[in-house]
Design a protein around this ligand. Structure first.
Ligand SMILES: Nc1ncnc2c1ncn2[C@@H]1O[C@H](COP(=O)(O)OP(=O)(O)OP(=O)(O)O)[C@@H](O)[C@H]1O
Ligand SMILES: [Mg+2]
Length: 198
C-alpha cells in the first residue's frame, strides 16, 4: 500500500505555481515529516494529497489508483483548527460517526470522555474538539493520515497524549502518517524520514 504523488504541480491562479515537479511517496505504516518555511505550500500539498484540491499537473495515487471520488476517503486530513472542521449544528456523537466506524480503544487512548458525546461543538475546548477530529479521521477505512499542524495549538501534555494514541493505532493498523510541523523536536521524535519543502 503506497500513497504517491508524481510530478505534481499546483497553482491557485495562473500567475504562480505554489509547487511544481514535486514527487512524494509514503508507504504503509511509515511516518514521514514535512517541514519548510511559512507559506511554502505545505498545507496546499496536504490538501492535494488528501483529495481536497485537484493538482494541475501530475498524479496522486493510492495503491496505483487515483483517490476515490466518493465514499470513504482512505487518505484523511486533520489540520490545526478543529472548530473549522466540525459542523456546529451536530452533537459530537454525530460528528464522530461521520468518520464511519470508530473503535472504542481509540477513543480511550485519545481520552475522549463519554459525557462529551452529547455536547455541541461549542461546549468543548479546542483540545477536546481536536481529539474528536483525530478520532473521526481514524475510522476503520483510513490508510493514511495527513496531520497538518495537528497539535500546534495544544499544551505539551495533550499533544503527547494525542500523538501517543495516533502512533499506537497507526502501528496496529499499518496506517502511514505525514507529519507537517514547524516543531523540529516533534518531527525528530516521530518520523523516520523528513522532507524539507522550499
Ligand atoms: N485559497 C487560496 N487562494 C490563493 N492563494 C492561496 C490560497 N491558500 C493559500 N494560498 C497561498 O499559497 C501559498 C502556500 O500556502 P500554504 O498555506 O500552503 O503554506 P504553508 O506552507 O502551509 O504555510 P504555513 O507554514 O504558514 O502553514 C501562500 O503564498 C498562500 O498565500
Ligand atoms: Mg500550513
Amino acid at each position: 500500500m503506497q500513497l504517491e504523488a508524481k510530478n505534481i504541480g499546483f497553482s491557485y491562479d495562473k500567475s504562480r505555481w505554489i509547487f511544481r515537479n514535486l514527487d512524494f511517496t509514503i508507504g504503509a505504516g511509515e511516518i514521514v515529516g514535512i517541514r519548510g518555511r511559512s507559506g511554502c505550500g505545505k498545507t496546499t500539498f496536504a490538501r492535494v494529497l488528501s483529495g481536497y484540491e485537484q493538482q494541475k499537473e501530475g498524479t496522486v495515487t493510492l495503491k496505483n489508483s487515483p483517490l476515490p471520488k466518493r465514499g470513504y476517503q482512505p487518505v484523511q486530513l486533520v489540520f490545526q483548527h478543529p472548530e473549522k472542521a466540525v459542523n456546529p449544528k451536530w452533537r459530537m456523537e454525530k460528528v464522530l460517526h461521520e468518520g464511519g466506524k470508530i473503535d472504542g480503544q481509540l477513543l480511550d487512548l485519545l481520552g475522549v470522555k463519554q459525557e462529551w458525546l452529547t455536547r455541541w461543538p461549542n461546549e468543548l475546548s479546542g483540545g477536546e474538539l481536536q481529539r474528536f477530529c483525530v478520532a473521526r479521521a481514524l475510522g476503520t477505512g483510513t490508510r493514511f493520515l495527513i496531520a497538518d499542524e495537528m497539535t500546534t495549538m495544544l499544551d505539551a501534555i495533550t499533544q503527547a497524549q494525542i500523538w501517543h494514541a495516533v502512533v499506537e493505532i497507526a502501528r496496529q493498523r499499518k496506517i502511514g502518517i505525514v507529519v507537517i510541523s514547524h516543531e523540529e523536536a516533534l518531527i525528530r521524535r516521530l518520523c523516520t524520514r523528513v522532507v524539507t519543502f522550499s
